[in-house]
Design a protein around this ligand. Structure first.
Ligand SMILES: *[C@@H]1O[C@H](CO)[C@@H](O)[C@H](O)[C@H]1NC(C)=O
Ligand SMILES: *[C@@H]1O[C@H](CO)[C@@H](O)[C@H](O)[C@H]1NC(C)=O
Ligand SMILES: *[C@@H]1O[C@H](CO)[C@@H](O)[C@H](O)[C@H]1NC(C)=O
Ligand SMILES: [Cu+2]
Length: 240
């Protein structure tokens, strides 16, 4: 009986960690899905799948903590589409965001830390606006239940080394301040065939988000949380 209970507890823990939460382990480019954390920095939660709550933690930058086995850097062209697999599925309500940061002088995608005001946003998902029910629940989010997510590298992005940061913010229990769950990862890219775009504005991680801002502190289950009024956290999206 004790053994049975232990097994149940073990199963419940596994279920919570891996079924209810998610990671972004594989990069996809031109139809090839690369092995786990080949071009993506291995995240702090790669085994636990646990969400990050602390908006002031440097872990928010690339979702890494401690030793990260050195990943490679994938060469892509500006304008290419790059994907991330979802370890698990995106099983919470909330927006999906993509940011990039360029490597500084004498840095590479592999050596850059991503600290400072170096990040610009290249995409964010808004909730669908439909008539009923006028709430922000699951069916309102374009990436709900997704097993892969994709992003186009801006075609005018200058040639260079970059980190590409994917982020999903779960707000299903954000009716209590601080109960926003952050999931994400950074891929290391060398962008070629670039253009003359000038990304703006820049932000930093940690620092981009406040736990009491409207997009992170709201009750998605209430009718007054209208999809058209949802304010996606972070700076505006930069486009070419
Ligand atoms: C990151 O690592 C530090 C030091 O090992 C630890 O105190 C902290 O709890 C870790 N944070 C996360 C989110 O894992
Ligand atoms: C953001 O990505 C979606 C696909 O998920 C795409 O339809 C949309 O055009 C993109 N927005 C920008 C500004 O690139
Ligand atoms: C998620 O997608 C899978 C595969 O397409 C499907 O079997 C499952 O029912 C979906 N789950 C939800 C909650 O929509
Ligand atoms: Cu959760």
């Amino acid at each position: 009986m004790l053994q049975f209970v232990a097994l149940l507890v073990a199963f419940a823990t596994f279920y919570t960690a891996t079924v209810a939460h998610y990671t972004f382990p594989n990069l996809i480019h031109k139809g090839i899905q690369y092995p786990d954390y080949t071009y993506i920095r291995r995240t702090w939660n790669y085994e636990s799948y646990w969400p990050l709550f602390d908006l002031t933690s440097p872990v928010l930058r690339c979702f890494t903590n401690g030793t990260v086995p050195n990943p490679g850097t994938l060469t892509v062209s500006a304008g290419d589409t790059v994907g991330f697999t979802v370890g698990g599925r995106i099983v919470h309500e909330g927006p999906l965001l993509f940011y990039m940061a360029r490597a500084g002088f004498r840095q590479s995608a592999a050596s850059m830390s991503g600290s400072g005001e170096v990040w610009f946003k290249i995409n964010e998902t808004r909730p669908y606006i439909t008539d009923v029910p006028a709430k922000l629940e699951r069916q309102k989010w374009p990436h709900y239940n997704a097993s892969e997510v994709h992003i186009e590298i801006p075609s005018c992005l200058p040639t260079g080394d970059y980190l590409l940061r994917v982020e999903h913010i779960a707000i299903h229990i954000a009716f209590d301040e601080g109960q926003h769950e952050f999931f994400g990862a950074c891929a290391q890219l060398r962008v070629v065939n670039g253009g003359n775009g000038v990304p703006t504005p820049y932000t930093e991680f940690p620092g981009a988000y406040q736990s009491d801002e409207p997009g992170l502190f709201l009750d998605v289950h209430r009718p007054w949380s209208l999809p058209e009024q949802y304010e996606v956290p972070g700076p505006p999206v930069w486009t070419c």
